[in-house]
Write a protein that binds this ligand. Structure first.
Ligand code: FE2
Length: 299
């Protein structure tokens, strides 16, 4: 109930209007990525909106880090991801709500469930946080230059859905299912996150799925930057890749945060031997086994 909205709900009227739209999913409690992202966003010209589309908390189990993420996200628009949904029900023992597919190992799932329990303890010490996060919407509809864009955390049906993951979009059945959702939602673009790896997938004539991967972790092998999705009529000089969608550009913008400072802050909260260290340290320091060429996908 707390996870599903169904694609029909996305036909709702737009509530966000701007000349440019930034979407940052998967900040994962990286306060240094938050600071860098806000710097980049502040340089944007004209009316602009920044939306944190879920999982902005995760590694931030220290009270100070959690508070910095809370106040930073509160300055902008936000939707809840599975992490915020679970924090928002502090007494339920339902795990991380990631809805992991088969290709994620059991040990990672067990560790994620323990990470969310630690994060819930932190949230219980933050007055009002759980209620505020529980009240966040599951999706937002934006209108940029007259074009409708659905901002979701997971996919067109559920905030924990994997239908817009690079893995599912690599299959003909996955692309067929995703292609049908544009008309059902009346949008030309979905901005998503959740599945942790970026993909910018075009669908002949129907639209584009822009999954930013993670704003707070490296997304490609041998790199050290997070990614945000930017949607605007004019291109950004630093985009890693982009795709034209009608009169708009959908782009992946690198968030080059202070890696050394972030690694120190991460180790302070999740030292060697901890659950998050076991699951994420390799990715944080080396990036995932994934490349830019795999993320940009023409129709
Ligand atoms: Fe998620």
């Amino acid at each position: 109930m707390n996870y599903r909205y169904g694609v029909g709900a996305l036909c709702a009227p737009a509530t966000l209007f701007a000349d440019s739209l930034w979407i940052a999913g998967g900040l994962y409690g990286n306060t240094f990525a938050l600071r860098r992202l806000e710097e980049l966003f502040a340089a944007e010209q004209g009316e602009s909106e920044l939306v944190f589309n879920g999982d902005f908390h995760w590694f931030d189990v220290a009270d100070k880090a959690f508070a910095e993420i809370e106040s930073g996200v509160s300055r902008h628009a936000a939707t809840r991801g599975n992490v915020e949904t679970e924090i928002g029900q502090p007494h339920a023992g339902t795990g991380c709500g990631c809805g992991y597919p088969d290709w994620v190992g059991d040990e990672d799932v067990v560790r994620s469930n323990r990470i969310i329990e630690r994060l819930k303890e932190t949230a219980r010490r933050a007055p009002g946080a759980a209620a505020r996060l529980a009240a966040l919407p599951m999706y937002r509809i934006a209108e940029i230059c007259g074009q409708r864009i659905a901002i979701v955390h997971g996919d067109a049906d559920s905030l924990a859905g994997w239908g817009f993951s690079q893995e599912v979009l690599a299959t003909p059945d996955g692309r067929k299912a995703a292609a049908a959702t544009f008309r059902a939602a009346g949008v030309c673009m979905f901005a998503s996150s959740h599945s942790c790896l970026p993909v910018l997938q075009a669908f002949n004539g129907a639209g584009v799925v822009a999954n930013n991967g993670a704003a707070g972790m490296p997304n490609f092998a041998g790199t050290a930057y997070g990614l945000a999705t930017r949607i605007a009529p004019t291109p950004h000089p630093n985009a890693v890749y982009r795709m034209q969608v009608g009169s708009l550009q959908a782009e992946a913008i690198p968030i080059e945060y202070d890696t050394d400072a972030w690694c120190e802050a991460f180790l302070g909260q999740w030292p060697e031997g901890s659950d998050a260290h076991a699951s994420y340290w390799r990715r944080i320091t080396q990036g995932p086994h994934y490349g830019v060429a795999s993320a940009l996908r023409a129709a």
